[in-house]
Ligand binder design. Structure first.
Ligand code: GLY
Ligand code: MN
Ligand code: MN
Length: 433
């Protein structure tokens, strides 16, 4: 799909958003620039809601969605063209082109936000805004809200509250369109190939970072924007560290290798974990743990269908893992009590699923008003149970000690799963496990 088609879809998304914003007004702010080493800029990545509704990729941008405004229902504030600045930090769309290309009813230079924002706010009863990382815009929104409140008595109209915009944007972002699914499928295809590549060449004596380099090289060669998150290449006991990213160990015979790596293609992410024996064959302990995690994952995936909750998926994994650890003597007691008291948590301390999309941990509620989120066709989640028996593990109260031969084994298996009308589709099914 071309950029033009994306922008047409953004226009449709804004129509749906406007229906929700109603008599209010929504302000969406770009992500701030972020830096390493104080002044070296990270590659810029647009804030997800702003990107979703505008497709506009630049920093220092504010979008206003003002359904009640007579002429300007969609307004952009952007960086103006600037020859010198563009020489240093790249092309800018600019005010004129933003209007034609991005379909805004009005576009202003970002420096004029304070001047023009009030006229879009004063007719609205609610400002929808999410106080996020953009401190500058946070302050500007607050200041205009205060000023309008102070003069409300004279005008008799104007915003009386600020509500978090994510309660309106999230329900739209949760359902992936065909366009979005095509991007996720491509992010999956690139990452699947990269996982296959490193698995084929991994040998004792190599360093974890050699696999990381190949994964990330393959991501870029495949046309991905880059990693979805820092790649985890965790061999041996490193497999028990959930967010291990040093990737600097020399891999040894007998290791398991846990690779959690996904890429970002055209703003959409894949998120995949596989754990494999470095020498092609697990030890009996590694195999026993692997089999439990694989069964847990299959049981969890079997729960994915419209009407089931995200917690049903997790509970299926928990039940299988608890039963498996009881069988191996790594837990003792009744399964009900172990689950009730969460005594399995020293071995399985994270949840099974998160939403996946423009953000790796995508916008979406897990629980609202006490109720677990219900899965519906078009949603995409990960299913990623694991068992981690760290070298220093202390079992929960009243549980058997962990024998040494179990220590240092960490297994996670993670797939990306689309909820369909009839059940689900495992998007990452092409990668063996
Ligand atoms: N790699 C990030 C996650 O699995 O959530
Ligand atoms: Mn994940
Ligand atoms: Mn992951």
């Amino acid at each position: 799909m071309s950029k033009m088609e994306l922008l047409q879809e953004c226009a449709q998304r804004r129509q749906k958003l406007m229906a929700k914003v109603g008599t209010g007004v929504m302000i969406l702010a770009s992500a701030p620039l972020s830096y390493h080493h104080k002044d070296v800029e990270h590659k810029y990545r647009q804030e997800a809601d702003l990107y979703y509704f505008t497709g506009f990729p630049e920093p220092e941008t504010v979008a206003v969605i003002a359904p009640q405004h007579p002429e300007h229902r969609f307004v952009l504030f952007v960086r103006p063209k600037d020859k010198e600045k563009e020489t240093w930090s790249g092309y800018r769309v600019g005010v004129e082109a933003a209007k034609t290309l991005y379909g805004a009813d009005a576009v202003y230079p970002i420096g004029e936000l304070d001047e023009h924002l009030p006229k879009y706010l004063e007719g609205a009863d609610t400002i929808y805004y999410s106080f996020g990382q953009n401190e500058k815009v946070n302050q500007q929104v607050l200041q205009h809200y205060r000023q309008l409140l102070a003069t409300y008595g004279k005008r008799g109209t104007g915003p009386k509250q600020i509500a978090d915009s994510r309660f309106l944007t999230t329900p739209l972002r949760q359902y992936k369109s065909d366009y979005e699914l095509a991007q996720i499928r491509q992010a999956v295809a690139i990452a699947v190939q990269a996982h296959q590549h490193v698995r084929a060449i991994a040998r004792p004596g190599m360093y974890e970072y050699e696999l990381e380099a190949i994964l990330e090289g393959d991501f870029r060669k495949g046309g991905a924007m880059g990693c979805a998150y820092p790649s985890i290449v965790a061999s041996g006991a490193n497999s028990c560290i959930l967010h291990y990213v040093e990737n600097n160990r020399q891999m040894q015979p007998g290791d398991v290798v846990l690779i959690d790596a996904g890429c970002c293609y055209n703003y959409y992410n894949s998120d995949i974990t596989r754990t494999f024996p470095l020498e092609g064959k697990f030890t009996s302990e590694q195999q026993a743990i692997y089999d439990i995690v694989l069964t847990a994952q299959r049981q969890a995936i079997a729960q994915v269908r419209p009407g089931k909750t995200i917690n049903d998926v997790h509970q299926a994994a928990v039940h299988t893992i608890v039963a498996g650890l009881l069988d191996l003597g790594l837990l003792a007691g009744s399964p009900e009590e172990i689950i009730e008291k969460e005594l399995y948590k020293p071995f399985f301390m994270h949840r099974t699923s998160h939403w996946l999309g423009i953000d790796v941990h995508d916008s979406g509620f897990y629980k609202q008003e006490g109720e677990w989120a219900v899965l519906q066709a078009g949603m995409v989640i990960t299913v990623e149970p694991g068992i981690y028996i760290s070298p220093t593990i202390e079992p929960g109260e009243g549980q058997p000690p962990v024998a040494d031969h179990w220590r240092g084994i960490g297994i996670r298996i993670e797939d990306d799963v689309l909820v369909t009308e009839g059940g689900h589709e495992v998007l990452t099914a092409g990668l063996s496990k």
